[in-house]
Design a protein around this ligand. Structure first.
Ligand code: GLN
Length: 451
């Protein structure tokens, strides 16, 4: 295992992964922020785009968004079977760099090649770097959830600044320079990863048996392992509902903010797109306090299993949509047909309280429950599920065009509430079939790799 040197009480390796992923996300969200704008920009203006229709651009965006996460399954299998997580992250980073620079070159062939390279690169990198965070902590280490939350803050620092930097350069100077900057971001990430790899000694290596003892890798799962996989699969279902609700932010809530929210402050109208930075901003602001609160809660001896936190998250998510219903109501009775923006600011805040109770917690949970030989695959499957949630979000947003926001927000609030309550009921049962995977003590585990 890695040396015991720590920063803020966490292994130094956490900060290597923190900065690597920060820059990978800078590259990812920077590129994503300008993709649709570039596709739809006319071909005859200064700084021309590809001249696509919005519909075509959004379709590509949707597919790209789903594929990058879906590819996580491939990235997970590649890591479990051939590469180990550490090498997968490195190779993924190379693909991402090549992908960004390919898109930065003029010409459709380069554009499509770049997208394919990005899908492969993110698929290799994203799930595996997450699994490596878990690899920094021994079984039963109570710092694990907090470690994932710190890692998650890094993600969101990247997500927060990327659209501003890449977006400004791309729109004001040139698209291709914008894509290049996204590429440079990943180069920095890669340099951090290589330069400080000594802090990752022993983390993310290929398990010996996967390579040399094929028969051992084929050993059937034990009853405990199977039970734990069932718990994980159930938690994945929650994750779909959560992301389908959360990702309304970029679609339905975005349009709502544009058309039905009074965005004036001191006589200046806040551009609608600025609201898209709120999630990341809130994560950076409250990630630390939330991690602290959950840790304190668990130290008080209260129920703090991942399933419990997820249940709390779903209830908070439900409340956030009730808040949005308040906004729709206010808009419907106001003379101008607009609501004040406080509703939206508050709803986004609640989204992030829920996100921090679900997303980093799920990552941490997977690293506790997945059998070692399938650790990367389970993480990849998680991201594939996130991809499905994103796709579902787009579909739900589409329905709202006919059903109206009040109905759709109401349905989402109800769905989150039902899932949250169900989870509360099931906490005990699910904990029982997790067989102590979350216990914060060093217990001998049955699931270690077969020797
Ligand atoms: N915003 C986080 C990230 O980029 C979560 C993404 C997700 O799991 N949907 O990592």
């Amino acid at each position: 295992m890695q040396q015991e040197a720590t920063i803020w009480g966490h292994p130094k390796g956490l900060f290597v992964l923190f900065f690597t992923e920060l820059w990978e996300r800078f590259s990812f969200y920077g590129m994503r922020a300008i993709l649709v704008l570039y596709l739809t920009q006319q071909t005859t203006v200064d700084n021309p785009g590809l001249g696509w229709t919005s519909k075509e651009a959004l379709a590509l965006y949707g597919w790209y968004g789903m594929m990058v996460y879906f590819m996580g399954i491939f990235g997970g299998v590649a890591a479990d079977k051939w590469l180990g997580q550490k090498k997968s992250v490195f190779i993924g980073g190379i693909f991402v760099i090549l992908g960004q620079f390919s898109i930065a070159i003029e010409g459709l062939a380069y554009f499509y090649t770049g997208l394919v390279l990005l899908v492969i690169g993110v698929g290799l990198l994203k799930p595996n770097i997450s699994t490596m965070v878990g690899g920094l902590y021994k079984k039963g280490d109570s710092r694990r959830d907090a470690g994932f939350t710190i890692f998650y803050i890094g993600i969101n620092i990247g997500a927060l600044v990327a659209p501003i930097i890449v977006g400004t350069v791309a729109e004001k100077i040139g698209w291709h320079l914008g894509f290049s900057i996204a590429g440079f971001g990943m180069i920095i990430g890669q340099l951090v990863y290589i330069g400080f790899r000594k802090h990752l000694a022993g983390v993310g290596e290929l398990l010996k048996h996967s390579k040399t003892d094929a028969h051992l890798a084929n050993q059937p799962l034990t009853k405990i392992e199977k039970d734990r996989i069932i718990v994980l699969l159930i938690s994945f279902l929650i994750v779909i509902v959560f992301w389908a609700a959360y990702e309304q932010a970029g679609g339905l809530m975005n349009l709502y903010a544009r058309d039905n929210v009074n965005r004036f402050i001191f006589g200046w109208e806040i551009p609608t797109s600025y609201f898209q930075s709120l999630h990341a901003l809130y994560v950076v602001l409250i990630g630390g306090p939330m991690a602290w609160l959950w840790l304190k809660w668990s130290k008080m001896g209260k129920e703090s299993s991942a399933i419990f936190k997820m249940a709390v998250g779903m209830i908070v998510m439900s409340i956030s949509f009730l808040v949005l219903m308040g906004a729709v109501y206010e808009a419907s009775v106001s003379a101008l047909g607009k609501s004040s923006m406080h509703w939206l600011l508050f709803a986004y805040f609640l989204h992030v309280v829920a996100e921090l109770s679900i997303s980093p917690i799920s990552l941490s949970f997977i690293t506790k429950l997945a059998p070692a030989k399938y650790a990367s695959l389970m993480m990849g499957a998680y991201f594939a599920i996130v991809g499905l949630g994103n796709k579902a979000a787009g579909m739900i947003g589409g329905v709202a065009q006919d059903a109206g926001e009040m109905t759709v927000f109401g349905i989402i609030a109800a769905a989150c509430l039902i899932v949250g309550l169900l989870l509360f009921v099931l906490v005990k049962k699910l904990k029982a079939i997790s067989h102590g995977a979350e216990d914060n003590i060093e217990t001998p585990q049955v699931l270690v790799e077969p020797e």
